[in-house]
Design a protein around this ligand. Structure first.
Ligand code: GAP
Length: 507
């Protein structure tokens, strides 16, 4: 994808495109939908599969040091005790007793409104890109409403986790605008609970996994004993994870069911973990660029030391500039050997392995790059979407919507058109090409409407190439027109050349 990057697109525009063209639907829409769950339509399912396949090929198949697994979604509940999720996988929750709305305390901001040194009251706002500006505006409105003269001090935004007990009752609920209805923050465990077997009691409680990572730790010894791996090596997995997010939002950015691609890279306990961590950050960044994300949209965020879990040595997030702000796309954490040690303690099964070099038993440390398929999906749409003024065949200016997706990721690789649908010889030839391509690639056949309109339909879903079979194809050398999505350039090309192009670009 070309840099400098395209102008930002609004989320409304993207959501509308996803619905109109069958990328993403609200889950159970015919029943009014269910918040935080999404379905992927025909194009969305292809695009998602391409993200997964690219990651799996690059992360697992094309490397010698990483193996892949698929662990179960429901695991022994002790896994989640050992990992710390039962006691600690919580978000701070605030309720509004009047509206019954629930908020994540760290996303609900407030500020004291001070005029000439005296407190006038409090204002609140849900986190937006510039929450400070929203609170300042609310403070000015409160001053006007109370008809108070004097100098309004600049607001100092804090979130609800920082509210003093005596302040909670004074902070207005964002739902009602009135103070008195918000509760103090309390911890809410985000794991979905279920019961295994016919009995529904404490002994049957289990959880839908909130991350795929614990599958790799719980299977560590099994992989070591069977997988012919030696340090350093990684275990990777792609799969669904579930989190009962208090406020799912920003479309598929934060949902309650999503897909993760995680890899645990095990290194010697004496290895230079910081170097390895940096190498993986670079690998992840390069990989995102290889699937078409513009470098200009990516940045890094190092978690401050004081906010890290006690066992963590460092976490860096690769951030992406979404239309709703710069947000975490991929987290790369150096986790020490905390997880293996915890599983050793809780299961009683030793997790140390014999190190041939030092001739002693060690418990490897781990670097963990963890990313969500859905967040990559959304990033690709945000960066790839563009609206352009172009000229049609008659020279008139028209708008085209184009999704500039990399050929690796595009849900349809080639669209095949016969120039005219009422010419059987063109249709037969186009159909034959379509069927040959279809054995290897996701392709689309379209014979309805003017060629220009057919191009536009493909541009909108990101198809990199359109092949048009015309009279020259039949009467001359078998070549056809290949039209390129981004440049809209057309050239004549033969079938072998098209297959060679696809082989090079779709990998
Ligand atoms: N094992 C570590 C782990 O799960 P995380 O930061 O909680 O770390 C990793 O999640 C990645 O999973 C995130 O960077 C994000 O891409 C994705 N992710 C997390 N929660 C998500 C949600 N509610 N919806 C969509 N993607 C999510």
């Amino acid at each position: 994808m070309s840099d400098p990057s395209p102008a930002p697109v609004s989320m409304e525009t993207l959501v509308a495109l996803c619905k109109r063209r069958g990328f993403i639907f609200q889950s159970s829409e015919i029943y009014g939908g269910i918040n935080g769950f999404f379905d992927f339509g025909p194009l969305g399912a292809e695009l998602k599969k391409n993200i997964r396949d690219c990651w799996w090929n690059d992360m697992v198949r094309r490397r010698d040091d990483i193996v892949g697994i698929e662990s179960s979604i429901i695991m022994h509940p002790k896994v989640w005790e050992a990992s710390g999720h039962v006691s600690g996988f919580t978000d701070p929750l605030v309720d509004c007793k009047v509206s019954k709305q629930r908020y994540r305390a760290d996303q609900l901001f407030f500020a004291e409104v001070v005029v000439d040194g005296a407190t006038l009251g409090y204002v609140s706002a849900l986190e937006v890109e510039d929450t400070g500006a929203a609170l300042q505006e609310a403070a000015e409105a409160l001053k006007r409403k109370k008809a108070v003269k004097g100098r309004l001090e600049p607001v100092r935004p804090r979130d609800m986790t920082e509210a003093r007990p005596e302040e909670v009752a004074l902070i207005p609920s964002p739902a009602t605008g009135e103070p008195g209805s918000l509760t103090p923050p309390r911890s809410f465990n985000m794991m979905f609970q279920t019961n295994v077997g016919a009995m529904t009691d404490a002994s049957s409680v289990a959880y839908l996994r909130p991350e795929t990572a614990q599958g790799m730790f719980a299977d560590f010894k099994a992989v070591v004993d069977t997988g012919r791996v030696k340090l350093p090596f990684g275990i990777a997995q792609i799969g669904r994870s579930f989190r009962n997010e208090i406020t799912p939002r920003n479309f598929i950015f934060r949902s309650r069911e999503f897909e993760q691609m995680e890899m645990e890279y095990f290194i010697h306990e004496d290895a230079d973990w910081a170097k390895c961590h940096r190498e993986w950050i670079n690998w992840c960044r390069d990989w995102l660029i290889s699937i078409g994300l513009p470098e200009s949209h990516l940045s890094e965020y190092d978690h401050p030391r004081e906010k890290l879990a006690f066992y963590s040595r460092g976490t860096t997030d690769i951030m992406f500039r979404y239309p709703f702000g710069v947000q975490e796309l991929w987290g790369i954490a150096a986790r020490g050997n905390y997880d293996l040690k915890q599983h050793e303690k809780h299961s009683g099964v030793p997790q140390a392995i014999f190190d041939e070099e030092t001739k002693r038993k060690i418990t490897p440390h781990v670097i963990e790059p963890a990313v969500g398929v859905d967040r990559i999906f959304l990033a690709l749409l945000c960066a790839g979407y563009a609206e352009e003024d172009v000229k049609d065949e008659k020279g008139a200016v028209e708008k085209r919507t184009v999704l500039r997706l990399s050929p690796r990721i595009a849900p349809v690789k080639v669209a095949v058109f016969p120039l005219l649908k009422n010419k059987p010889e063109l249709v037969a030839r186009a159909d034959a090409l379509y069927r040959r391509l279809k054995r290897r690639y996701a392709v689309f056949y379209d014979e309805s409407g003017a060629i220009g309109r057919r191009y536009r339909r493909q541009d909108e879903i990101g198809t990199p190439w359109c092949a048009t079979i015309d009279f020259e194809t039949i009467e001359k050398d078998g070549t056809f027109t290949l039209r390129e999505r981004d440049s809209m350039h057309q050239r004549r090309i033969g079938e072998a050349e098209l297959f060679a192009l696809l082989e090079e670009k779709v990998y």
